[in-house]
Design a binder for this molecule. Structure first.
Ligand code: BGC
Ligand code: NOJ
Length: 813
């Protein structure tokens, strides 16, 4: 069952009924001002940091699930009836409801009693504001008189404090109203230099800024008293809960349309120019007024929208593919790339499942996100890498997270996640391969943000590698620390006290528990770092990295192989985890995928055996589960993983982030059929037809799909902010389609299904457009290349200086 359909030509998903199983959301903004918006206009906005600069208020886990947002009410002045074109909050039975989620915008509307209305919401490039283009049309035979009420609820900036500190916050709210523009200025009098504003393009007949006055006592957003009565109260918020609402009166002839532009924005003033006149307590509006005046003009709003579209045309033009599979094309060309932008911007901070207060930018997560993002905006990827490096600790370890506003490591969570440092090597390597910009390695970056501690980025990579060498356990495998990639395998935690964080509680010394996963990651990082060192003119160092990497490969074979698959870890007592000897959790996906991906066991068949075991024990029709058998009870020595009921999350859920590791591994052993089959099982577009089972958005990946042990097998949860986005993009584009940036050029080595006759692709790479045509002439993956008609040795192409476009013919035999 479906709740809408894809409109690929417009790069939109069109939701055709409002009661989706869960809110189906979109992101607005991609630079500094952001919003999340559901298909019924729920959601909120923030500037840079979803916790510290929250602009509008949103209550998570609400009843109904999604309530509070960017709402517009229409009131028929004759009948007194009122409704919301976005369905929520009034939930009227409107016709022609649709929500079109597009690239950085959403258009939501419906028709009620012959009045059609819709709103397009977006954030213009290079501005700290959002635009709502509201259009209303009278399709009746008779004239209509209407009132249009807008409404948003302001957040008192710090979203955590806003949701908890009521004894103070109920007394601090302040606004100004000038020329119909509502300015929210709570705390502006003291230490804040920023304010928010809400403006509308038609002269309002009234306004409200105090929530209680607008809603009326004991009422909710579905029945505001001001709307019911048809008259704003011109309330001025003092304390309590400031909102922004305008009432605009319209008279529409039959067939007539009108547009209202609304602006919701964020603005900062220099500290010494906050007030006008100086010495007063009135906001200095000199620099904000021109911005407001500009975008309230419908033509300027429209031009800003066109610019946004052009921006996305450019970004999505970097890689465009045409394959025999429409789901592959749609995800690669549109939605997966788009999701990679969202994960790059948000890390795991703000979605409908991440409340924007708890998690900053993750070190591990953000480095991995680069795999799917770097081609879109290398300059921002570069900045991100240097920011991440600056939160590395002198030991080579890293803060697990940092706050985007301050860019400083998050002390509450700290470090000691022993996989973290290696992801920096993986991220930097991806950047170098995409851009060829070796200068980044000389860029100075501090440790722990300490001024004076700056060292070239390259040294950060060296320390990352050494970090593991200095932390090896009894079998010579890396010590796991608090956790490796699997945050829920907490081998030093031993938590039996309610409320403790599994991630930060450490009750064991940590000198025994080892991770085979980190070992695999280390093998890969060692090879990448060797390649980098070699090209930096450090052959001896490169050789050393290869030696260490090979040594670890040997240790994995000796102590990390269980007979038919790779072990997962050793616990605090030196007992095996992920072994046939275990009662539960005998085989884990992480090491099967990652060890093979790192090249371990490719020559002697171990890789193939590990993948056969995945197929036999972990693969399901909805994707590959994380481990089997699921943990049916809590294991003190394993931690959070065994706290989840079987089939959910890390306890044998289909964790979509690491399915692509197996997909890539299958390409490594040359099995394009298996790779694309696994890819399709979790491809959201390919699952659209079972939206009633999947329940999350069919246009983006979710972190998890419930595994076969769960009662809701096949149900996705936690959509949008997940490493799944980058890893799937990377797996399909670079390993199945095989269009892979390499240090020396663009490598083309597809491992596609046997039944595919080939495919076409356009890839912009280091300023050159590569038009690639792949033709299958035999059943295998052997590649023969020619560029502009001339045969090329090997599988890497690089256009000559001065060329802007080349054609590449690829034959597979
Ligand atoms: C989740 C993990 C997540 C971790 C981070 C856990 O509760 O299951 O997926 O990585 O929290 O804090
Ligand atoms: C989500 C976290 O963001 C990520 O860092 C972690 O690797 C996975 N969960 C698995 O636990």
């Amino acid at each position: 069952m479906q709740f809408g359909h894809f409109d690929d030509a417009n790069r939109e998903y069109v939701i055709t009924r409002p009661d989706t199983p869960l809110p189906w959301i979109n992101y607005l903004g991609c630079q500094a001002y952001f919003g999340i918006i559901s298909n019924t206009a729920g959601g909120y906005s923030f500037y840079r940091d979803a916790r510290l600069r929250r602009i509008t208020r949103y209550r998570y886990n609400n009843v109904p699930f999604d309530f509070g947002g960017r709402y517009i009410y229409l009131r028929d002045e004759e009948s007194g009836e009122f409704w919301s074109p976005s369905w929520q909050p009034t939930r009227h039975d409107a016709q022609d409801y649709s929500c079109r989620h597009g690239m950085g915008y959403s258009t939501i509307g419906s028709t009620f009693r012959g009045i059609a209305a819709s709103t397009r919401y977006f954030v213009p490039l290079d501005e700290n504001l959002e635009i709502w283009q509201f259009t209303v049309t009278n399709h009746r035979q008779t004239p209509a008189t209407l009132s249009v009420f807008s409404c948003i609820e302001f957040c008192l900036w710090d979203a955590q404090d806003d949701a908890t500190n009521f004894q103070r916050n109920f007394s601090t709210g302040q606004v100004e109203i000038e020329d119909g523009v509502i300015y929210h200025k709570t705390e502006y009098r003291e230490r804040r230099d920023h304010f928010a504003y809400f403006a509308c393009s038609l002269a309002p007949a009234g306004f409200d800024t105090q929530r209680e006055a607008f809603l009326g006592p004991y009422r909710g957003w579905d029945k505001p008293l001001a709307v019911e009565r048809g008259a704003s109260t011109n309330s001025v918020a003092h304390g309590w809960s400031p909102i922004g609402s305008h009432q605009v009166k319209l008279a529409l002839q039959p067939g007539e349309s009108r547009q209202i532009v609304y602006l919701l924005g964020y603005h900062e003033n220099p500290r010494d120019q906050k007030f006008d006149p100086p010495g007063s307590q009135t906001i200095n509006k000199k620099t904000v007024k021109p911005v407001i005046a500009k975008y309230l003009q419908p033509s300027q709003a429209e031009a800003a929208f066109d610019k946004l579209r052009a921006y996305w045309d450019g970004l999505l033009g970097i890689l465009d593919v045409k394959t025999p599979d429409p789901h592959t094309d749609r995800m690669v060309n549109i939605w997966n790339a788009y999701q990679c932008m969202a994960t790059f911007n948000m890390s795991r901070s703000a979605s409908f499942y991440e409340p924007g207060i708890g998690r900053g930018l993750g070190f591990r997560d953000s480095n991995q996100d680069l795999l799917g993002f770097v081609q879109m905006d290398p300059a921002r990827a570069r900045e991100r890498i240097l920011d991440l490096a600056a939160t590395q600790l002198p030991s080579g370890g890293a803060y697990h997270q940092y706050q985007p506003l301050t860019k400083r490591g998050n002390n509450d969570v700290g470090g000691n996640f022993n996989d973290d440092p290696h992801w920096l090597i993986i991220g930097v390597s991806a950047y170098l391969k995409e851009t060829g910009d070796w200068s980044i390695l000389d860029e100075p970056a501090p440790y722990d943000n300490e001024t004076g501690s700056e060292q070239p980025l390259y040294e950060h990579l060296q320390r990352s590698f050494r970090y593991t060498l200095e932390r090896l356990g009894p079998h010579g495998l890396p010590l796991i620390g608090r956790a490796d990639w699997n945050d829920c395998l907490n081998l030093n935690c031993f938590s039996d006290t309610p409320g403790q964080s599994f991630q930060t509680t450490t009750n064991k010394e940590g000198k025994v528990a080892e991770s085979v996963f980190i070992a695999g990651l280390f093998v890969l990082a060692g090879k990448e770092l060797a390649a980098i060192a070699q090209r930096r003119g450090l052959p001896a160092e490169a050789a050393n990295y290869l030696t260490e990497s090979a040594k670890m490969d040997g240790v994995i074979r000796q102590h990390g192989w269980d007979g038919e698959w790779f072990l997962r870890a050793y616990d605090n007592f030196g007992h095996k985890i992920g072994s046939k000897e275990c009662k539960e959790g005998q085989i884990f996906i992480e090491t099967q995928g990652f060890c093979v991906l790192a090249g371990i066991g490719l020559e002697d068949g171990l890789a193939q055996r590990a993948l056969d075991s995945v197929r036999a024990r972990l693969a399901t029709k909805h994707g590959i589960v994380l481990q089997q058998p699921a943990f049916s009870e809590y294991y003190l020595n394993l931690g959070e993983i065994s706290s989840y009921p079987p089939g959910y999350k890390e306890n044998a859920g289909i964790f979509c982030h690491n399915n692509p590791w197996v997909i890539i591994a299958e390409t490594q052993v040359g099995n394009g059929d298996a790779a694309h089959d696994y890819y399709s099982r979790i491809n959201p577009s390919a699952r659209e037809a079972i939206s009633d089972v999947h329940r999350c958005e069919p246009y983006v990946y979710s972190q998890m799909i419930a595994g076969r042990d769960a009662p809701s097998f096949g149900e996705a949860k936690n959509s949008w902010l997940t490493g799944t986005a980058a890893w799937n993009y990377y797996a399909i584009t670079q390993w199945i389609l095989g269009i892979r940036p390499a240090f020396e050029g663009l490598q083309i080595a597809p491992v596609i299904p046997q039944s595919w006759p080939g495919f076409d692709a356009t890839r912009k790479f280091r300023g050159v457009t590569y038009r690639i045509h792949v033709k299958r002439e035999g059943p295998g993956n052997r590649v023969a290349l020619s560029m502009d008609g001339k045969p090329v040795q090997g599988d890497i192409v690089l256009a000559s200086k001065g060329q802007t476009a080349v054609s590449v013919e690829v034959t597979l035999t």
